[in-house]
Design a protein around this ligand. Structure first.
Ligand code: SF4
Ligand code: SF4
Ligand code: SF4
Length: 344
């Protein structure tokens, strides 16, 4: 197993912090604490060793606490849409839901009981955005609200997003979640625009910009997750697989992601053991209750590269310049409105 000095887990981060106190910024050599970048400029990825996860949910709680201030506070009643093609999605009265992705819950733990090799395994799998290396959500967002950051995280700007849900439509795992009654559409086109803002994990960009670890990594008592330059994370995951005979998910999926899972049980078996009745995208195709049960709970199927599909590729090529212009225009609109509010 190659020696890895650059990736940081919660324990090593805390150890480093204890040694150098408030000046802990030098504790993890390859992950600069300034802006959450890797020192080499390489994208950062996370490794999740599922054999360590006990399913305690501390990561979920930490995510909710760390990001609570960024959760939507919608204005009600919602404007009526015309035509009523986009349904209102309101999670503001269900903020406590923590067993699926919602605009108020960007991480959940999937608990899976599976038989493998003649034994029953309890696997606990933290799920959130995979932070794809070539993310269709960012490449196809018509407004430039979804974007890939230099550090490998994929973000959605809540002040630009109009909630049209393109990002969710093109995400193979349906990760982004919409809250109605919040965002720019209320000022721009309250009855015609996308009906809200999309929310998901952004790998704790505000924390990382302050030199902190993502909250879920810091809170985990079992050091399930590590973060580091992608090449090192992949080398570490592959070494772990060689050592333990485990299985990998995330390196190739959707053309590559910055989230790598290693499991002692094949992912096909985990997927089969999850709720039944899915189609290829993980949507329910069984009863209404089954569909309801699977919404917001991403699948574990293999996912090919999205831009091998010519239509997706062409759409991305045409969207990019227009999205840049749109994002600029929306930012100007927002600024003008803020100035106007200040004056009045
Ligand atoms: S990743 Fe860590 S904090 Fe989250 S459920 Fe697993 S053991 Fe608990
Ligand atoms: S997992 Fe989905 S939302 Fe996250 S970066 Fe990939 S395509 Fe975008
Ligand atoms: S990285 Fe941050 S936003 Fe993403 S799941 Fe972890 S705590 Fe939540």
């Amino acid at each position: 197993m190659p020696k890895n000095t650059s990736t940081i887990s919660r324990r090593s981060f805390l150890r480093g912090a204890a040694i150098v106190g408030a000046g802990a910024l030098a504790a993890a050599p390859a992950v600069s604490r300034a802006g959450g970048q890797s020192e080499s400029g390489e994208e950062l990825a996370t490794l999740l060793d599922l054999s360590k996860c006990i399913g305690c949910g501390a990561c979920v709680m930490a995510c909710r606490e760390a990001n609570a201030e960024r959760y939507p506070e919608p204005t009600k009643p919602f404007p009526e849409m015309f035509p009523a093609r986009v349904k209102a999605e309101d999670w503001s009265d269900k903020r406590g839901v923590d067993d699926r992705l919602t605009p108020y819950n960007w991480l959940f733990v999937d608990h899976i009981t599976v038989n493998h090799g003649g034994e029953e395994h309890e696997i606990h799998m933290p799920r959130r955005c995979m932070h794809c290396t070539n993310p269709p959500c960012a490449n196809l967002c018509p407004w430039g609200a979804a974007a890939k950051q230099d550090n490998g995280a994929v973000t959605i700007a809540p002040d630009i997003c109009l909630g049209g849900s393109k990002c969710k439509d093109v995400c193979p795992w349906d990760i982004p979640q919409r809250q109605t009654g919040v965002g720019l559409y209320l000022d721009l086109l309250p009855r015609f625009a996308g009906n809200g803002v999309m929310y998901k994990c952004d790998r704790c960009q505000p924390r990382m910009a302050e030199g902190k670890l993502p909250a879920c990594i810091e809170a985990c008592p079992m050091d399930v997750q590590e973060i580091g330059p992608r090449s090192e994370i992949i080398a570490k995951a592959e070494a772990l697989v060689r050592e333990t005979g485990g299985y990998i998910y995330g390196i190739e999926e959707n053309g590559g992601t910055n989230t790598v899972y290693v499991s002692p049980v094949p992912f096909e078996a985990l997927e089969a053991a999850r709720d039944k009745g899915k189609d290829a995208k993980g949507h329910g195709k069984g009863s209404q209750a089954q569909q309801q049960n699977q919404a917001g709970r991403p699948h574990l199927q293999p996912v090919g590269s999205p831009f091998e599909n010519e239509n997706m590729f062409a759409a991305a090529v045409f969207t990019a310049p227009l999205a840049g212009l749109a994002a600029g225009a929306l930012k100007l609109f927002r600024k003008a409105r803020a100035n106007h509010e200040e004056e009045s």
